[in-house]
Design a binder for this molecule. Structure first.
Ligand code: SF4
Ligand code: SF4
Ligand code: FES
Length: 258
């Protein structure tokens, strides 16, 4: 039987324990993945006892409290704190989500927080999204017209055609879906993954865009598109309630008819 072993330096070790100093009865234990590229050390899980009495309801509020009051070296991304920028995506309690949208009140017991899975880690909870952004760039996510329109030309869209973008334009490129997708885990350098394919579909069906055929041709590839096996993890994990699996199958249907 083949035996797989993790390299010694990738084994996750037990880290520091930060005990509560307030004496509060309302304590939650938070286990957080830590890794610092400047230290020649294995990743570890630090545990923080956090007093929830003076803390907002969201997991991001807990992270901010830890950073502000316990360990300023804790590293994570966040910006809007309102589910708009997509930067606070991480794995909370085994599920990829936006930490600013996830209520810690919904989680029983300790809270386990990891970076988005199957990506290189930059530091602590910050995952490296550079491949995903390169893939996003490759689908040219902007309106394209054959003839150059003047900057003041308005390109109209009917209400019906505008409606077709519902469920797509709301995507904030948080990558929760792509990093939940087994096909993207194993072929992330070739397969575009659900986030980028949903965006590709958003431009393919925009009635104002004049390069539909070229866009379809760009994604019609065994590895870029057909690595999707409709496992649906992507749709289940989208914190905005979008359906990337449906967008992918719509692209496949358009290609089958073309
Ligand atoms: S489809 Fe949902 S999970 Fe995927 S990137 Fe867009 S908002 Fe995030
Ligand atoms: S439906 Fe396709 S994109 Fe979504 S998780 Fe499954 S394989 Fe990945
Ligand atoms: S901080 Fe912007 S989506 Fe969470």
């Amino acid at each position: 039987m083949v035996q797989f072993n993790l390299p010694e330096n990738s084994k996750i070790l037990k880290g520091n324990y930060f005990k509560d100093t307030t004496g509060s009865k309302n304590i939650k234990k938070i286990n957080i993945y830590r890794w610092d590229p400047d230290k020649n050390e294995n990743p570890k899980i630090d545990t923080f006892e956090v007093d929830l009495t003076k803390c907002g309801n969201k997991v991001l509020d807990i992270l901010n409290k830890i950073k502000n009051e316990i360990d300023p070296s804790l590293t994570y991304r966040r910006s809007c704190a309102h589910g708009v920028c997509g930067s606070c995506a991480m794995n909370v309690d085994g599920v990829n989500t936006l930490s600013c949208m996830k209520s810690h009140k919904d989680i029983n017991g300790d809270i386990n927080i990891y970076p988005l899975p199957h990506l290189k880690v930059v530091k602590d909870l910050v995952a490296d999204l550079s491949t995903l952004y390169r893939q996003y760039e490759s689908i040219e996510p902007w309106l394209k017209t054959k003839e150059k329109k003047s900057k003041t030309t308005e390109i109209n869209q009917s209400k019906e055609n505008r409606k077709k973008l519902d469920g797509l334009y709301e995507c904030i490129m948080c990558a929760c879906c792509s990093t939940s997708c087994p096909s993207y885990w194993w072929n992330g350098d070739k397969y575009l993954g659900p986030a980028v394919l949903l965006q590709a579909y958003r431009w393919i069906i925009d009635s104002r865009d004049e390069e539909r055929k070229e866009r379809l041709k760009t994604v019609a590839d065994k590895l870029k598109l057909y690595r999707c096996h409709t496992i649906m993890n992507c749709t289940n994990s989208c914190p905005k309630g979008l359906n990337p699996a449906k967008a992918i199958s719509s692209i496949k249907k358009m290609l089958a008819r073309s």
